[in-house]
Design a protein around this ligand. Structure first.
Ligand code: DGY
Length: 330
């Protein structure tokens, strides 16, 4: 009998069609994600879930799905999934690395530029009818990107793609990472990025951009102390996960003028609550977690996610397995 799969949101047809061709497929078609109870009710008899980063797949959800063998995440980050419990229960977890690297690096750069040069603020100014003087010597002054020092926190695939783009701006590139390996060494060679410790990166960079996964170690890794040690007038960009940053400390650093500006794609709570003080700050550019949001990339993610799923459910090793140790006892 064919396996059943529950897909927790409509994903691009390129991937969904592959899943539908291979398995009995049920899709949650509402815009709002299913609650845990709704997910469990819909997936009770399913062998696999296609999940999004907004689905909390914790011990209780995994424990309530007795037939579950695969969780195919439609994202590179998988901090919403309790991978330890999945592994204990023999459930394969997959993700979609690589295909979204360049698109996410593009967005990090869009935020670097918009925050440094006050693009969103200037756009609001023009639309509000406030542009009365043709050219203002002191109007909307920002900070230079060209030849500035860029600090990249986390030199993984996306950090490296951000560094590649920085070459074109003649920047001095610093990075910090817990890993030192062939990959980081090759990025140093190609981009001229120099490895440094986290504290020096914070102290020396004009623009800081974060590219680490959310783990117990990275949670709140940038807080009041870290903002205080940044250069006065620095620009801060985050396209990784909101919980990496202490958002209250960020709000203080933006309101006090310690930071010139910030560009944020990710937040501690998503969607951003209407009570968030960030919404009242002029010097922050806010976008709704759209790092990978291009037509081409979302299609590639859907295909990769579907191919991982098909291979895993058919008993083969999927290329993007997050918990390979789960296969040892099979
Ligand atoms: C991811 O894939 O983890 C991004 O945050 C969303 O594309």
């Amino acid at each position: 009998m064919t396996d059943s799969v529950f897909v927790t949101r409509l994903i691009p047809d390129e991937g969904l069609d592959i899943i539908k061709r291979n398995f009995r497929t049920s899709v949650w078609s509402a815009d709002m994600p299913p609650s845990s109870e709704e997910m469990v009710a819909r997936a009770k008899r399913c062998s696999a879930l296609v999940s999004l980063l907004s689905d909390k797949i914790d011990e209780s959800v995994i424990g309530s799905l007795p037939k579950l063998r695969v969780i195919a995440q439609y994202a590179v980050g998988f901090d919403n999934i309790d991978v330890t419990t999945a592994t204990k229960r023999g459930v394969i977890v997959t993700n979609t690395p690589g295909v979204l690297t360049e698109t996410t690096a593009d967005l990090a750069w869009a935020l670097i530029m918009a925050a440094s040069r006050r693009i969103a603020e200037a756009d609001r100014y023009v639309r509000a009818g406030l542009w009365h003087v043709a050219w203002g010597p002191m109007l909307m002054l920002g900070i230079d990107i060209y030849s500035a020092t860029l600090g990249i926190v986390g030199m993984g695939r996306i950090g490296a793609a951000v560094a590649q783009r920085a070459k074109g701006f003649g920047m001095r590139i610093l990075y910090s990472d817990t890993q030192e390996n062939d990959f980081t060494r090759s990025v140093e060679k190609e981009t001229g990025a120099a490895r440094t410790d986290f504290a020096s990166l914070l102290r020396e960079s004009d623009i800081i951009t974060v590219h680490v996964p959310l783990t117990n170690e990275t949670k709140n890794m940038i807080g009041a102390e870290e903002f205080a040690s940044m250069k006065k007038g620095a620009v801060f960009v985050n396209t990784s996960r909101g919980a990496v940053v202490d958002e209250n400390a960020l709000v203080s650093a933006l309101s006090s003028g310690r930071l010139h500006a910030a560009g944020l794609d990710v937040f501690a709570t998503e969607p951003l609550p209407s009570t968030s003080p960030l919404l009242r700050l002029p010097n922050v550019v806010l976008v709704p977690h759209i790092g990978s949001a291009s037509f081409a990339t979302r299609s590639k993610m859907a295909v990769m996610c579907a191919e991982n799923l098909v291979l895993a459910l058919r008993g083969n090793r999927p290329p993007n397995i997050v918990n390979p140790e789960v296969l040892i006892h099979r």
